[in-house]
Every structure is written in structure tokens, then in C-alpha cells.
Design a protein around this ligand. Structure first.
Ligand code: NAG
Ligand code: NAG
Ligand code: NAG
Ligand code: NAG
Ligand code: NAG
Length: 764
């Protein structure tokens, strides 16, 4: 009926919007035709997409202006959402600004061919200090850039009302589309200095159909919360055997953070199969990542069903988790405003005001502080650093809490979060530390070479990410044409998801910045999918680079929570519940050691080649002598053991304990040798004191010699030590508690493991 009626009423030349005309036809059928029609026109959305000033699809030489106030405020800075450095002398101003002496001002865009212009979006200058924006302007068109026609409303030149602040974009639409090649904005009044950022809305004429024809038949649209859920449900129904939908928690507003798992056996961790994650939408207004992940789900499902061998290999060999929206509340906000009309920041934070990406516990300071004291890895581990005790007390978004517990539940190996506003890949560390005398603020991770490779594998598979000859989105190209950079050297942040993931879990996490336009127009999605498809796939495939294996005991039982160390890389990983582990490594030969509580460590030589596929490198650990003794002691109700052989073992350990302080196992830091040796001596003394207490309590028959040595040495150097260890750190990692569990064992392990327990050493 509505359709019929709409055909009968001749609607005047309307903005070319299907959505709008449908909506307005509804309006027209109502009583107050004129008023409501006005409302319709005001809220109508443009069907013509942006020409691409913000996305940089419009190139620098297509922009021109009558003048510029300073070389940092050229026409090329007049792109919507351009971010300036707030330094007036700098090359990178936050807008195009005109020379104030000039009388006629214009800002011109060359579309390179005739198009149908339908509207203009303007914005003021991005600046902390200044309140510069254009409040009214004329628009003119030309086909040759010399004859200009001002836009008329039938009676006079049409004066458009512009901005009322510097950040909110304001859109003006023309009554009818105008065919031309050039468009000019002619500012008539402004606040502060004459500064402007803009986007132009235009449709290509039918004769130029050079749009990308996507090679994949996918749903190239923006999806709000409900549509996203629906889309995931449809994918799940199409591929029930390889997909599973779950959620990792709820946002502040109660929206679920949905995840799609894609794997040959969804729902379970299969020992030997690595886990991978892509997350997007940490900032709700960075919407491209969300759509790319929805497209990736569709693609994997379709291609799996079509027997694409590469996709089959991926899905069968990796457990892939895709989370399109980590900040659903904020996305809804940005989505309401539409792809062009939100400003740079709307929808960036959570409902409570947190930036999720940098809302994680700062473990870097804990690690670096401990490193300065020489406590790593003996007292503080170099990996899986526990959460500070009262962290959940403080300022943590509900979304962040959900992400942390998700990270703890799944043994992820590799991941990336998709962001926007720049076009590059960043790798950790993301945090700087205050520089000191002879140390800069930047610290490399022990896995720097691997991280660079991972970043490179995305940036170089992306079709345009390394095309940085035109500079980056807002300033110089800081990546040297590689499309990758260390985050801390670019825009350092504290408490980032990437640093946290690296220091608290096994997972290597990077940030992928997908492009200048945080919320691209729907019409850009096919092109962006083409740009990113190969990169998204080949980044997942990197999860197979390095070594993997299973740590078992001699009876074949898997050992979870065992530590895998690689010589020369001071960052360990741990085995998952199935005793399985993955260690991302570049090609090379590595000496790998597996350790587990109560077992004798084992070292093997493992090779990583250039072919794809992780090198198998498994371990079988034998129980350590001390573990056996503990068992026997437990059987006897912790009473003295009278067997002569056992007493001998105790003696041996005691002897090695005494010898330990003289052995320097930390050659890399000769300046500190004295301190380290002293600290170790003091530690041993504390252990002995403890043991002494134990002996006094029960073991009266143990050889007296041990006891005497302990007491004499202890009385000489104990007092200064007591002060030293009651420092800031002890509350988190109580030194005594950490080693009381099995004092003898840990002494043997850390000081002279080779004397008591010769390594098993095999060559692969
Ligand atoms: C540009 O040329 C087209 C025909 O090719 C014409 O329809 C249009 O009106 C011209 N635009 C201007 C501003 O002269
Ligand atoms: C206009 O600019 C002046 C400074 O030039 C500033 O004080 C004022 O707040 C601005 N007006 C608005 C509406 O921002
Ligand atoms: C799912 O697996 C079952 C049995 O393994 C098979 O019969 C069925 O065709 C599969 N469905 C799809 C959609 O692949
Ligand atoms: C915060 O942490 C402290 C311990 O550091 C604890 O005593 C206190 O109860 C916690 N407060 C809340 C609100 O959880
Ligand atoms: C894992 O091992 C560490 C010591 O390496 C220990 O502190 C921790 O409690 C263990 N965790 C589990 C879950 O067993």
C-alpha cells in the first residue's frame, strides 16, 4: 500500500537515499505533511558516499586552497578528522587555515572526473588552545576550475550554516545533486582564525563504474549489535560443525561481548592445537575491525564448505577466536551518529569512561623494577607475572575484567587487536619507563625479532599498508616505509593489552591499525576487505612458526604448568592443561629446557626451519630425588627418616648449599656480581634458618654438622639482610613463602642444578 501511495505522490528531488525516501513516504502519509517532511529532510542520511578526504583516497594533489596561514596549515591538512600536533611552528596543523590578509578564501577539491556532488561536511580546527571554525560558507562548482557557478537556492546564493564548535562535524546537503568536477567551499564567517576540515559527498556517474568488484560474495555492511548477533547466528547455522558462539562477558550496559570460535572441534581445547584470537572494537568508533572480523567469519565458513584447502588447513589446525566488539556500548553510540558524523573521539571510551586498550594492570613496572634489583628470574618470574593483589580494587572497566579472565581461561599463543585512525602495525613493549642515566626510555622485549616478524607479516601482506610515501594519516611516516613500529617509540601507553598479554600469559599480542578513517563508509568495505584479506589469513598462519610439544612424566601423564625456557631469550612460556605448549620462534637452533615442580629439568636442542609448521619438541621429565623424599616423609607422617641412604642425600644437598654462593651463574652482569652473590648468600641463610626451625621441631637425628654451619654463618651476616628484603616487593612475592615449599629443592635448582642432576641432552 505504501509503495502504491508513494508512486502516486510525486516526491520532489530528494537526496538519493533509499532509506530516507522510504521513511519519508511514511511521513507523507501522515497528516502534518509539510512539518514532518521538513523533519525528514533534516535527519536524512546521504546515500552518496564520501569522496575520501578522511580516508586519504583523495590524494594530496587533489586539494588546493586560496592561501595558507603557515606552511603547517596547507589545504592538505583540511581533511575531516585530521589530527594536529599542537605546535604552531610544526608542519602538522589540525586543519587548513587561510592567510588572514587575503580577501577571498576558498578550499577546493578536484574529484578528477565529473561526479554528482550531494553535500559537504565541515569541521573546525583540531587544537587544544584555539577555537577556530567556519560558521557560514557558499559552495561553488566548476568543470574546468576557471568558470565557477555559485550554488543558488532560486533567489540568491545559498549560504550554508557551518560549525558551532571545533570538533563536531556538520553536514549540509544540496537540494539536488550537482554534476561537476571541482567543488569549492567559500567561507563567509568564522570564529577565531579561518580554519576548516572537510569531507565531500559525491556519487560516481554511472559511466565510471570503477568500483571494486569484491571477489567474495559477502555481506558488506555495517552491523549494529542486533545485526551482528544475527549475522553470527546465520554463520553458525551455515557451518554448525566448525563454529561456536559464546560470550566473554557483558559490557557496563549489559550488552554481551560475543565471540565466534572457528575450529574443527569447536568448544574444546585440543592438545597440540594452538589457540589464536582477533579482537576488535576496543574503541567503539573504530568500526572497520568489527566488520572485517564479521567478513572473516563468513569467508572462513564459506570457503571451508567449498573445500578451500588453505582454509581447511587453517580451521583444522588452529582454534580461532574472533571477537568483533569488545566495547559494544560505545559502538552503538558511534553507529547512531553514522560513519562520518561522529567526531574523532565519540565512542572511543567505555560507558564508564575507560579506554579499554590501556586499562590493563601495569606489569611492566613490576618486571622492570625486579630486573633492576637482579631478581629476575629467581624471585620474580620473567613471564606469567601475577596480577597485583589489589588490582581488582581499582580502576578497571568491567570489559577489561572480562577480557583478563578470558585470557586466563584459554592458552592463546598469538593474537592481534584491530584498531583504527592510523595505518600500521605496532608491537610491544607499548610502555616507556622514565629514562635514567645511561638507559633510554625504550626497552625491547626479549622476543623483539619475533615481534617484528609478526608485525611485518601483516603489514606486508596488506595491499596498501606499506605505501607510506605520502606520509602517514596525520604526520610523517614513522615506520620507514615498513608499516610497522614499536608502540613505545611512537605513542607510548601504560597498561596496554599487548604488554599485559605478553607478561601475564603466553600470548604474543600486536595492534593492527587499519586505516586513517576510523569508521569508513559502507561503500569502502569491499575495498578494505580486499586490502586486508590476505593479511588476516597469513597472520593467523604465523601461529605455526616455532616449536611445540607436550611435557609428560615418565608414565606419560601430561604436566600442566611446566615452564619452557629457551636459552638466550629471557621470556618463558608455560604448558597448558594438556601439558602442551607452543613457543613462537624465528628460524634457528635453540637450546630448550623444560622444568616442572618436583621434576628434574631436561634440555634439548630444537631446530626451527623456514618451512611452515612448528617443530615438534616434547619432553619427558623424571621425578626429582627431593620429590621422592617428600613422598616418603609424607608416608611416615613427616617423621624423621632413618634409612641411611636418605640421610646421605640430605648431606649432599647440604654440601652443595654451602658451595653455592661461590658459583656465579649470572655472567651477563659482572658489575653486580658481588651484590648478587651476597644476596644469594643471604637467601640461602634464610632457607637454612627455616630448615633449622624445622629440624628443631622434629628431625633431631639429622647430622649435626649441617646445623652448626648454618647457625655460625647466619649470625654473622643476618642483620643487614632483614632490612633489605622488607622492601616494596615483598608483599607481592613473599620470598620466604616462595621457597619454603621445598627449600632444599629450590636451592639445588637455582644454584647448581647440574651437580645433582645431570641434564638429559638429546639432539633433534
Ligand atoms: C559540467 O558539465 C556537465 C556536462 O558534462 C554539465 O551537466 C554540468 O552542468 C557542468 N557543471 C558546471 C558547474 O558547469
Ligand atoms: C570564538 O573564539 C573565541 C576566541 O577567538 C573564543 O573565546 C570563543 O569561545 C569562541 N566561540 C565559541 C562559540 O567557541
Ligand atoms: C557435519 O558433520 C556431520 C558428521 O560429521 C556431517 O554429516 C555433516 O554433513 C556436517 N555438516 C556440515 C554442514 O558440514
Ligand atoms: C581493596 O584491597 C584491600 C587490600 O589491598 C582490601 O583490604 C580491601 O577490602 C579492598 N577493597 C575493596 C573495595 O575490595
Ligand atoms: C604453576 O607453577 C608456579 C611455579 O612455577 C606456581 O607458583 C603456581 O602456583 C602453579 N600454578 C598452578 C595452577 O599449578
Amino acid at each position: 500500500e505504501e509503495e502504491e501511495r508513494r508512486k502516486q505522490i510525486s516526491v520532489p528531488a530528494e537526496p538519493k537515499s533509499k532509506r530516507v525516501s522510504l521513511f519519508c513516504s511514511l511521513c507523507l502519509s501522515a497528516k502534518f505533511v509539510t512539518q514532518i517532511f521538513l523533519v525528514c529532510a533534516l535527519i536524512s542520511l546521504p546515500e552518496c558516499p564520501p569522496l575520501g578526504l578522511e580516508s586519504h583516497r583523495v590524494e594530496d594533489d587533489q586539494l588546493l586552497a586560496s592561501s595558507q596561514s603557515h606552511h603547517g596549515f596547507s589545504a592538505q591538512r583540511g581533511r575531516l578528522n585530521m589530527q594536529g600536533s599542537d605546535n604552531d611552528e610544526d608542519l602538522y596543523g589540525g586543519a587548513w587555515c587561510a592567510e588572514s590578509e587575503e580577501r577571498d578564501h576558498w578550499f577546493q577539491v578536484d574529484a578528477r572526473r565529473e561526479v554528482e556532488f550531494t553535500g559537504v561536511i565541515t569541521q573546525g580546527r583540531n587544537s587544544e588552545l584555539h577555537e577556530d571554525f567556519v560558521s557560514s560558507y557558499f559552495v561553488a562548482f566548476s568543470n574546468d576550475s576557471s568558470d565557477w557557478t555559485l550554488l543558488h537556492d532560486g533567489y540568491a546564493e545559498w549560504l550554508f550554516y557551518g560549525n558551532v564548535d571545533k570538533e563536531t562535524p556538520v553536514m549540509s546537503q544540496f537540494a539536488t545533486p550537482v554534476v561537476a568536477r571541482y567543488i569549492r567551499i567559500l567561507p563567509q564567517s568564522w570564529n577565531g582564525s579561518l580554519c576548516l576540515r572537510a569531507e565531500i559527498l559525491a556519487c560516481q556517474l554511472p559511466s565510471y563504474e570503477n568500483e571494486v568488484n569484491p571477489s567474495d560474495d559477502l555481506d558488506f555492511r555495517h552491523h549494529n549489535y542486533k545485526e551482528m548477533r544475527q549475522m553470527m547466528k546465520v554463520i553458525n547455522e551455515e557451518c554448525p560443525n566448525i563454529t561456536r558462539i559464546y560470550n566473554i562477558g557483558k559490557s557496563y550496559q549489559g550488552l554481551k561481548m560475543y565471540a565466534m570460535e572457528i575450529s574443527d572441534n569447536p568448544g574444546e581445547h585440543e592438545p597440540g592445537e594452538p589457540e589464536f584470537r582477533y579482537t576488535a572494537g576496543l574503541h567503539g568508533n573504530e568500526a572497520l575491525g568489527r566488520e572485517l572480523l564479521l567478513l572473516l567469519m563468513q569467508f572462513l565458513c564459506k570457503e571451508y564448505n567449498d573445500d578451500n584447502p588453505r582454509v581447511r588447513r587453517l580451521v583444522d589446525g588452529v582454534r580461532i577466536h574472533l571477537v568483533p566488539s569488545l566495547n559494544p556500548d560505545a559502538y552503538e553510540l558511534a553507529y547512531e551518529m553514522g560513519s562520518e558524523m561522529g567526531n574523532w573521539a565519540l565512542g572511543h571510551w567505555t560507558e564508564e569512561g575507560y579506554d579499554i586498550f590501556q586499562n590493563f594492570p601495569d606489569l611492566n613496572s613490576i618486571l622492570w623494577g625486579a630486573e633492576d634489583r637482579g631478581w629476575v628470574p629467581r624471585i620474580v618470574p620473567n613471564h606469567h607475572i601475577p596480577l597485583p593483589e589489589n588490582f581488582f580494587n581499582g580502576s578497571l572497566a568491567v570489559e577489561t575484567k572480562a577480557v583478563i579472565s578470558w585470557m586466563d581461561r584459554n592458552p592463546f599463543v598469538l593474537g592481534a587487536n584491530l584498531q583504527g585512525g592510523e595505518k600500521l602495525v605496532t608491537y610491544p613493549f607499548d610502555m616507556q619507563r622514565p629514562p635514567r642515566q645511561n638507559e633510554g626510555a625504550l626497552r625491547e622485549t626479549p622476543d623483539d625479532a619475533m615481534f617484528r616478524w609478526l608485525a611485518m607479516s601483516y603489514a606486508h601482506s596488506h595491499l596498501t599498508m606499506t605505501e607510506t610515501y605520502r606520509g602517514s594519516c596525520h604526520g610523517d611516516d614513522i615506520t620507514g616505509g615498513q608499516g610497522i613500529t614499536n608502540r613505545a617509540s611512537w605513542k607510548p601507553v601504560v597498561g596496554s593489552m599487548n604488554d599485559f598479554s605478553y607478561l601475564h600469559t603466553n600470548c604474543f599480542e600486536l595492534s593492527i591499525f587499519l586505516g586513517c578513517d576510523k569508521f569508513p563508509h559502507e561503500s569502502e568495505l569491499p575495498l578494505e576487505w580486499e586490502n586486508n584479506r590476505e593479511a588476516l589469513l597469513s597472520f593467523i598462519e604465523q601461529v605455526h612458526r616455532g616449536i611445540k610439544g607436550i611435557v609428560r612424566d615418565v608414565d606419560g601423564n601430561p604436566l600442566p604448568n611446566a615452564t619452557i625456557s629457551v636459552e638466550g631469550i629471557r621470556h618463558d612460556v608455560k604448558t597448558a592443561v594438556g601439558g602442551d605448549y607452543w613457543r613462537l620462534l624465528n628460524p634457528g637452533e635453540y637450546k630448550v629446557t623444560a622444568k616442572a615442580d618436583g621434576y628434574t629439568p631436561q634440555t634439548r636442542l630444537c631446530m626451527v626451519g623456514y618451512d611452515s609448521g612448528a617443530t615438534p619438541c616434547s619432553f619427558t621429565l623424571t621425578k626429582s630425588n627431593w620429590d621422592r623424599i617428600k613422598h616418603i616423609m609424607a608416608l611416615h607422617g613427616k617423621r624423621p627418616i632413618r634409612l641411611i641412604t636418605k640421610v646421605n642425600v640430605v648431606k649432599t644437598t647440604a654440601a652443595s648449599t654451602v658451595a653455592a654462593p661461590s658459583i656465579d651463574t649470572e655472567p651477563e652482569n659482572p658489575a653486580n656480581t658481588h651484590n648478587i652473590a651476597r644476596r644469594r648468600r643471604l637467601r640461602l641463610m634464610r632457607l637454612r634458618r627455616l630448615r633449622l626451625q624445622r629440624l628443631r621441631a622434629g628431625l633431631r637425628t639429622t647430622p649435626a654438622t649441617t646445623v652448626t654451619t648454618t647457625t655460625t654463618t647466619a649470625s654473622t651476616t643476618l642483620p643487614p639482610e632483614t632490612k633489605r628484603t622488607t622492601s616494596w616487593y615483598d608483599s607481592w612475592f613473599p620470598v620466604d613463602e616462595w621457597s619454603t615449599e621445598n627449600p632444599f629443592d629450590s636451592v639445588v635448582f637455582e644454584a647448581v642444578p647440574t651437580q645433582d642432576y645431570p641434564f638429559e641432552y638429546t639432539i633433534d
